[in-house]
Design a protein around this ligand. Sequence first.
Ligand SMILES: *Cc1c(COP(=O)(O)O)cnc(C)c1O
Length: 382
Amino acid sequence: MNTTRSLQVNVVQQLRRKPLCRRRTQSSSRRIIDLRSDTVTLPSPEMIKCSLNAPLGDDVMGEDPTVQKLQQCVADMLGFEAGLFLPTGTMANLVALISHCQYDRAAEVMIGAQSHISLWEGGNAAIVGGIHTRQLPEDRETAHISEGDIRDIYRDDSDDHCSKTVLLCLENTHNMLGGIALPVDYMTNMCSICRELGLKLHVDGARLANAAVAQGVSMAMLCAGADSVSLCLSKGLGAPLGSVLVGGTEFIRLAKRARKRCGGGMRQAGLAASMGLYALENNVERLSVDHYFAMQLAAKLESYGFQISREVETNIFFFSLPDNTLYSQNKYCERLEQEHGIKITGGYSSGGKLFRVVTHLGVAIDDIDYIAEAMAKTLSNF
Ligand SMILES: *Cc1c(COP(=O)(O)O)cnc(C)c1O
């Protein structure tokens, strides 16, 4: 893929696009630019039209043709036998963990300490799955979990003291370390270590499409050899909801049972699946635009003295305010929103000093200068 060229074409197209997350606030007609997450976009009229025309059925009875089409589409795209549509990425990960551990309450799963599963899924693996998680540190620059740590933490069941490690989870892109895209060679190496140790590998690919587009590789290349992958349709891809979990036929059979037990069996779910199909057909390549905007914005902010926590690779970055600023996190976010209609979140690592920005379908090229200037003005007016 010629990324540079497709990027230029995309950027030109984006100049004409209608942002999809904008609402008028009740009290004024001021526009809101919401950079808190790539989950905030609204479905486009074209996307909604797809759902109105989608053939539907009862998916719990396995009779929704649109859901089946989506499941097979994602399975094919990622190189797996089968897929399962779920309401959220959180449920997709939970169902994956439960299915790999097969309700063995002594099973142990290795996860990154800064991973979404570790930090933002409410401890559900323990609560619902009876699964014991072990946290492994990720390198802050590369988001890699090291081979050495995996070998140190791994335990078989030869010793009565130990629960048996059955699964390793990797996150691509890595959200909390700043949208880092794990490369093919690292993923391949992790697969072979897992195979050697008899471990399964689950990829939390909520933003796997971002990882693929950023590196000019296919999603299938990034998860070749993994046992399961979860992909979010409701992040950068712009669907209003839904995730797809893919794996082998038997794994997906187990996952379907686990989904039902979690309350995730949905009826005429083709309504949502159709929008996911639209997202996959139309919104994958354009992720490069989100990445380009994030890089542009980070560069502008840097020129105003903000510190960007690391090089921007995809659509997420963290930053801190210029050194001598006295702002509290909340105050800065509050004023940015009140005075400029820009929403961001703060309070992340480094003693809570980091803010996060996420670009998405709802950001247009003209917004970049406006956002950077507003962020700088909010500092100087204090
Ligand atoms: C958002 C996210 C999820 C979970 O998705 P929800 O649909 O919000 O439950 C899982 N993993 C990562 C890395 C995410 O960013």
